[in-house]
Design a binder for this molecule. Structure first.
Ligand code: PHE
Length: 456
């Protein structure tokens, strides 16, 4: 087997892993949920979920990955001494693999929108944008090709390895993403009536707080941090023995949350300045926002042109860094489990996920064969991975680390073999263990039962 090369620097670790976390979820769901569910109060609850549940789950995956120094399936297997717990690792890989295809479809749409902004097609009435998106997503050819292009780009990066591919690319893409985000936030907040949008996002409204909202915040925090998809575990297998897992997880969570909040400041001031009600999901970024940008900056069309173009470049970068991490989960698996070269493993993953992606894309209108049980194949993938596999893998990972792996091993990883020796780490370790043993699994169980209506 080829020698494993890990990340070359601390910054590389943070930017690559934050790249996995910062994705479409930060832009198309978080801001909307915050605005709809009590503004500042929601944001505080979300941050509490990230701190008390997201970060401990992230650290747990880091522990499995770094201890295993191998792909997710083998990492769970090593830590469990080959017991059935290894199946959780396999499930993590499968989750990552299945999401890669459909995530590539959505990021592929972003590429089409970059092109459309570039040639000045993203201007028109609200209905125009609706039709534009409906025609694109149900087209049998274009979105499939864009999916292939996106996976092709991911392949070219992944094939170069962890340090020369993923790390280098993340070091370029993440700062660019951040700068673009700041530019659009400033442009958006300078619009007339921008204050209303800011108020929508931050105005505390206790009356909107229900149990539902709490569980949604929890689910969103897990998705946003890329928990339970094999990504964090795989990336952690490239961490060095000096990587401080706790500070890394905290820094990554901070970056992810800041980007989510800034995304709100990018979207709402513009939406409210033209009196358009914000939405969530694909319709927010592919229908509502292009319309908002074209209207809000209508007075100076060139600004509208650039804001729209930059927005889709930003979105594509956010999507690509997440896609890379998903791709890497399966690439590492194929490379190590079947002793393949990295190139071959990456190619197998690219081709197989391209096929999945193509079917997912075709299920959105090009053919009826791929729609069953009232859902398109695309939505089935979303449902199975996000609502079933994610909570199951997350839950079992907490139980595994909290109850089955000897605490001595967990402590060794947590404290970098005793080198993080202060009182503070000893205390932190106890808090971490308590959260992972009791609180995290219970919270995940609640989300799981709640989404199937078993818990009201
Ligand atoms: N965290 C990403 C987002 O916010 C989604 C994602 C999930 C990416 C799992 C990779 C793995 O969009």
């Amino acid at each position: 087997m080829t020698e494993r090369t890990g990340f070359g620097s601390k910054l590389g670790v943070i930017l690559a892993t934050a790249g996995s976390a910062v994705g479409l979820g930060n832009v198309w769901r978080f801001p909307y949920m915050a605005g709809e569910n009590g503004g500042a109060v929601f944001i505080i609850i979300y941050l509490a979920c990230v701190l008390l549940l997201g970060i401990p789950c992230m650290i747990s995956e880091f522990i499995v990955g770094r201890h295993g120094q191998s792909n997710t399936a083998r990492a769970y297997s090593k830590l469990s001494g080959g017991s059935p717990w290894k199946l959780v690792g396999y499930m993590g890989v499968l989750t990552g693999f299945l999401i890669t295809g459909y995530y590539a479809v959505v990021t592929g749409w972003c590429l089409q929108y970059i092109w459309a902004s570039f040639i000045g097609q993203l201007q028109g009435t609200p209905d125009y944008f609706k039709t534009y998106f409906a025609e694109l997503s149900s087209d049998p050819v274009r979105p499939v090709l864009w999916t292939f292009v996106m996976l092709g780009i991911a392949y070219l990066i992944i094939e170069h390895g962890v340090r020369d591919g993923i790390e280098k690319a993340s070091k370029m893409m993440m700062p660019t993403l951040f700068i673009l985000l700041l530019i659009i936030v400033v442009a958006s907040c300078m619009l007339p009536n921008a204050g209303k949008g800011i108020e929508f996002l931050f105005k505390p409204d206790m009356s909107k707080m229900t149990g539902d909202v709490f569980l949604s915040a929890l689910g969103q925090s897990f998705y946003s941090l890329s928990i339970a998809m094999g990504c964090l575990c795989t990336y952690a297998s490239y961490f060095s023995r000096y990587t401080n897992l706790t500070t890394s997880a905290t820094q990554i969570a901070i970056i992810d949350s800041v980007v989510a909040i800034l995304a709100g400041l990018m979207i709402f001031p513009a939406a409210f300045s033209v009196g358009v009600n914000p939405d969530s999901g694909p319709s927010l970024i592919f229908i509502t926002l292009p319309n908002v940008f074209s209207q809000a900056f209508g007075a100076i069309p060139i600004v509208g042109y650039f804001v729209s173009l930059l927005f889709f470049v930003l979105l594509s970068l956010a999507g690509l860094t997440s896609l890379m991490s998903l791709h890497e989960v399966s690439t590492a698996f194929f490379q190590e489990e079947f002793t393949l070269s990295r190139k071959k493993a990456a190619l197998i993953v690219t081709i197989s996920t391209a096929i999945i992606g193509a079917f997912c894309s075709l299920s959105l209108g090009a053919t009826d064969i791929l729609v069953f049980g009232g859902k398109a194949l695309f939505d089935w993938f979303d449902f199975i991975t996000g609502q079933i596999f994610l909570p199951v893998v997350g839950f079992l990972t907490c139980i595994f680390i909290g109850w089955f792996v000897p605490h001595k091993v967990v402590r060794e990883e947590f404290t970098n073999w005793g080198t993080l020796r202060s009182e503070w780490y000893a205390r932190l370790f106890h808090i971490y263990l308590f959260l992972v043993k009791y609180i995290c699994p219970m919270a995940i169980l609640f989300i799981f039962l709640h989404q199937f209506g078993l818990l009201k």
